[in-house]
Design a protein around this ligand. Sequence first.
Ligand SMILES: NC(=O)c1ccc[n+]([C@@H]2O[C@H](COP(=O)([O-])OP(=O)(O)OC[C@H]3O[C@@H](n4cnc5c(N)ncnc54)[C@H](OP(=O)(O)O)[C@@H]3O)[C@@H](O)[C@H]2O)c1
Length: 260
Amino acid sequence: MTITTTPPMRVAVIGGSGLAGSAVVRSLVRRGHEAVSVSRGSGVDVTTGDGLAAALDGVDTVIDVGNTAAEKPAAMIDFFVTSAANILAAEHEAGVRQHVLLSIIGVDRTRDYPHFTGKLAQETTVAGGGIPYTILRATEFFEFAESAVQWGTKGDFSDVPPLLMQPIAVDDVAEALVDAATAEPTNAIAEIAGPERHDLVDLARRIQAMRGGPALRLVPSWDQSGFGEEMAGNLLLPRDGAALAATTFDDWLRSSARSS
Ligand SMILES: NC(=O)c1ccc[n+]([C@@H]2O[C@H](COP(=O)([O-])OP(=O)(O)OC[C@H]3O[C@@H](n4cnc5c(N)ncnc54)[C@H](OP(=O)(O)O)[C@@H]3O)[C@@H](O)[C@H]2O)c1
């Protein structure tokens, strides 16, 4: 655990009720900072800007880990661009010092995946938004393997894309985001990945075995909508020089088994 060496800060976490956001809020609080969790559940809509001014009042830094459930590509892309523009406008009004954005490794390597297209456009909006920023691109969270099984389920089997990946614990991403939020802005993009390479189908099988119960047949396949062969190869892997987090998939699996 990193102990805070900076004075306590007031940090707004966009998407603070989500998977990454709740880990960021926990990390901030543990490190002695004040976390303002921002989501529709807390009365703020980043797509319209409603409630943002009040949420950012007195905030030093914003960490944006918002996400959309939109399925249509245009709506997905629009969410990331519009929300970034609204958040940046509110930051100018509130005198926010730094904008920290969570993005994804590989967003600059394909134009075939709308979530990545949206995240890349969001990065561009942040970089040109006039607020000092730090962008952290992370690999997929370990939980991604379970989501992929759900997305590919068709009756008693699931199509799971055999993605080569280097997934990471969401708590490690949260720590890195809080490190960035409490340091000087870099106005640059950094990368963070988990410590080991894996195959997504293998991860999904190991999670199923840990959960027990009736197992779905997992079929390695590029047929799952959203993940075609364009995602094969090294597309999701970190570049040389990326930070590598400590938590392994086995560590995460053991702690998930204890808490389930
Ligand atoms: N999952 C991964 O493997 C992974 C890896 C690397 C990077 N990322 C990035 O990490 C970010 C967070 O992902 P996640 O999986 O943690 O997301 P998530 O669990 O789906 O959480 C999304 C958050 O955004 C909020 N939100 C959605 N629409 C909103 C709106 N209109 N106004 C205000 N808040 C809104 C949600 O709360 P309400 O619904 O209450 O509004 C929730 O707090 C995403 O940008 C994603 O691209 C994800």
